[in-house]
Write a protein that binds this ligand. Structure first.
Ligand code: SAH
Ligand code: SF4
Ligand code: F3S
Length: 525
C-alpha cells in the first residue's frame, strides 16, 4: 500500500470510527428514553465483536499500517493547563508502558500528574483482564471513586486497557457504573486528545472501543516513569491463542515494529542516559514473523547489543518460537543479560496440548538444555497455571517435578481463571477449587524453597547492582537489581543512584539479598 492509499485509509478509518462513536453516544440514551439493553445491543452491533476464536484466527497479517504523523490537534494543546491527571495501572508491563504513552499525551495537552485522587481532574483506570480477580479490583476501585465523581461532576473518570476490549465489561459499566465518563480500548490510545475533548464538552458517556486491531503509531509521546530503566515495545498483540488466554482478543494480532524504529528508540534512550531497557511483547520470540523480510528477535538483539546501553532485557518469551539463532546471540553476553523468563504453564504434555501451547514437557526441557549449554550461568524464571480444567493429581505432580528439574529461581503462579470467550471457559471442569488451592500452596512452597536456595549461592559474592533508589522500607538503604534480576538492599551514598555499582552480599533471604557496597572488587556476578 502506498502512502497516499494509507492516508486515505486512515481517513476512512477515522471517519467511520467517529461516526460509530457518535452513534454510540446517541445510543447511550441518557437523554433519550431507551433501555440500557437496547443501547448495548445497538452500540455493539455497530462497533464491536466479542472474542471469536474462528474469526480471530483468520485475521490477516498484512493490513497493519505504520503512522509517523501523530500530532495533538492545535485546539487541544492547552486544554489541560492548570489541571491534573492520575492514571492507575493494572496488569503487565505492556499496560505500564501504555500508561507512559497516555501520560505523555496528557502532558502535551498541558496536564500535570498527581497521585492524589482528590486533586485530579482526570482519572483513568488502565485495566487488565487476564484473570477474574484483576477485573474485580477495577470494579472495586470504581465503587471507591463513585462518591468522588458525584461530589465533583467535572472530574473525567475513564476506563481503558484490556478490560475495555471485553463486551461483558463494557455492558457492566454501562449498566452499573453509568457515572463513568469515558471507555476506550487498547487500539485507540492515540485518540486520547479527541476522546478527552468529547468527554469534556459532550453530555454523554464517550465509548470508543475498536475490534479492528490497531495500526502501529510510531511517534507517540511518552512520559517515562523513571530515568534509569525504560520499556521499549518491539511488537504488539499475540497470535498464539492459548485456549485459556484473553490477550489475543484484547490486544489483537501480532504486529512488529520496524527494526529501525526500535533501534532508533534504544539509541535515543542510551543518549539520554538510561542504563537498562526491556524489550516488550506478549510473545517477543515471534518478533519479525509478520514483517515482509527475513528478520527475527535474534537479528534485532544482535543490533541492539552494539548500542552503548549497559543492560538489555526482554519479556515475554514463548518457548515455541525460541530459536537457535537467538540462543547464539544471547550467549555472546555483553549487554544482553542472562536472565530468561520462559513461561512453561504446566509440566504435563497432556495439559500443554489442551492449553494449545504447542510444545511438550520434553521439548521444553530440550530447550532448557540448549539454553544452559550456551549460557551455563543463565537464570530461568517462569509462569505456571495450576488447576487447568480437569488437571489430575498426576498431571500436577509433573509440574512439580519439572520445576525441580529445571531449577526455576522464581515463578509467577496462578490458579486457572476462566475468561469469557476463550475456548477453555466452555469446558466442564471437575477439579474442585479446594484442590486447586492446595496445589498452588504446594507449588509456591517449592518455588520459595528453590528461590531461597539459589540466593544462598550469592553469600559473600560480589554482584553488579543497577541502583534504582532508596529501598521502600528504609530510606537509609539503597536498592537495585543484579544482572540476573535479584533485588539487593545495601547501604551506600545516594550519589550512586542510577549507577551500576559492586555490592558484596552479606546476607541472603528468600526473595532479596542484603549487602555492602565495595569500592573496587574482583569481577563476579
Ligand atoms: N505472553 C505470555 C504471558 C502473558 S499473561 C506467555 O505466553 O508466556 C501472563 C501469565 O498469566 C501467563 O503466562 C499465564 O501464566 C497467566 N494466565 C494467562 N491467562 C490465565 C488464566 N485464564 N488464568 C490464570 N492464569 C492465566
Ligand atoms: Fe496468552 Fe501468552 Fe498464550 Fe499469547 S502466548 S495467548 S499472551 S499465554
Ligand atoms: Fe493484563 Fe492485558 Fe497485560 S490482560 S496481562 S494488561 S495484555
Amino acid at each position: 500500500m502506498n502512502e497516499k492509499q494509507r492516508l486515505e485509509n486512515q481517513q476512512i478509518n477515522q471517519k467511520s470510527s467517529a461516526d460509530v462513536k457518535s452513534d454510540a453516544n446517541d445510543n447511550l440514551g441518557r437523554l433519550k428514553n431507551i433501555s440500557s439493553d437496547e443501547l448495548i445491543s445497538k452500540y455493539f452491533q455497530a462497533t464491536y465483536e466479542p472474542p471469536n476464536m474462528r474469526k480471530a484466527k483468520k485475521r490477516l497479517k498484512k493490513d497493519v499500517d505504520i503512522h509517523y504523523d501523530f500530532e495533538i490537534p492545535l485546539e487541544m494543546k492547552e486544554i489541560g493547563k492548570g489541571k491534573k491527571f492520575l492514571i492507575r495501572t493494572y496488569g503487565c508491563q505492556m499496560n505500564e508502558h501504555d500508561t507512559e504513552v497516555m501520560a505523555g499525551i496528557l502532558t502535551q495537552m498541558g496536564y500535570t500528574s498527581t497521585e492524589d485522587t482528590n486533586d485530579a481532574d482526570i482519572i483513568l483506570l488502565n485495566t487488565c483482564a487476564i484473570r477474574e480477580n484483576a477485573e474485580n479490583k477495577v470494579f472495586g476501585e470504581l465503587g471507591h471513586l463513585k462518591p468522588l465523581k458525584l461530589e465533583n461532576p467535572d472530574l473525567i473518570l475513564g476506563v481503558c486497557g484490556c478490560m475495555s476490549q471485553e463486551e461483558s465489561v463494557v455492558n457492566r459499566i454501562l449498566k452499573k457504573h453509568p457515572f463513568v465518563d469515558l471507555i476506550f480500548g487498547t487500539h485507540n490510545i492515540h485518540r486520547l486528545p479527541q476522546l478527552i475533548n468529547e468527554a469534556l464538552f459532550g453530555k454523554e458517556m464517550v465509548v470508543d472501543v475498536w475490534s479492528k486491531e490497531g495500526d502501529i503509531i510510531e511517534n507517540l509521546p511518552k512520559a517515562r516513569k523513571g530515568k534509569i530503566k525504560a520499556w521499549v515495545n518491539i511488537m504488539y498483540g499475540c497470535d498464539k491463542f492459548c485456549t485459556y488466554c484473553i490477550v489475543p482478543y484484547t490486544r489483537g494480532k501480532e504486529r512488529s515494529r520496524m527494526p529501525e524504529d526500535i533501534i532508533q528508540e534504544v539509541r535515543h534512550l542510551a543518549a539520554q542516559g538510561y542504563k537498562e531497557i526491556t524489550l516488550l511483547g506478549q510473545n517477543v520470540n515471534a518478533y519479525g514473523k509478520d514483517l515482509e523480510f527475513d528478520y527475527g528477535l535474534g537479528n534485532l538483539m544482535e543490533e541492539i547489543s552494539k548500542i552503548d546501553i549497559p543492560r538489555v532485557r526482554f519479556t515475554t518469551s514463548h518457548p515455541r518460537d525460541f530459536d537457535d539463532r537467538l540462543i547464539e546471540v544471547l550467549a555472546k553476553g555483553g549487554n544482553l543479560l542472562d536472565h530468561i523468563h520462559l513461561p512453561v504453564q504446566s509440566g504435563s504434555s497432556d495439559i500443554l496440548r489442551v492449553m494449545a501451547r504447542r510444545y511438550t514437557r520434553e521439548s521444553y526441557l530440550e530447550l532448557v538444555r540448549k539454553i544452559r549449554e550456551a549460557m551455563p550461568n543463565a537464570t530461568l524464571t517462569t509462569d505456571i497455571i495450576v488447576g487447568f480444567p480437569n488437571e489430575t493429581d498426576e498431571q500436577f505432580e509433573e509440574t512439580m517435578t519439572l520445576v525441580e528439574e529445571v531449577g526455576f529461581e522464581s515463578a509467577y503462579t496462578f490458579i486457572y481463571s476462566p475468561r469469557e470467550g476463550t475456548p477453555s471457559a466452555r469446558w466442564e471442569d471437575n477439579t474442585p477449587m479446594e484442590v486447586k488451592k492446595e496445589r498452588l500452596q504446594r507449588l509456591n512452597a517449592l518455588v520459595n524453597k528453590q528461590s531461597a536456595e539459589a540466593m544462598t549461592h550469592y553469600q559473600d559474592k560480589i554482584v553488579k547492582v543497577l541502583v534504582e533508589g532508596e529501598s521502600k522500607k528504609d530510606p537509609d538503604v539503597l536498592s537495585g537489581y543484579t544482572e540476573r534480576n535479584k533485588l539487593v538492599n545495601f547501604k551506600g551514598p545516594k550519589s550512586v543512584i542510577g549507577e551500576i555499582v559492586e555490592v558484596k552480599i552479606t546476607n541472603t533471604k528468600t526473595w532479596t539479598l542484603d549487602g555492602e557496597m565495595v569500592e573496587s572488587a574482583v569481577e563476579v556476578r
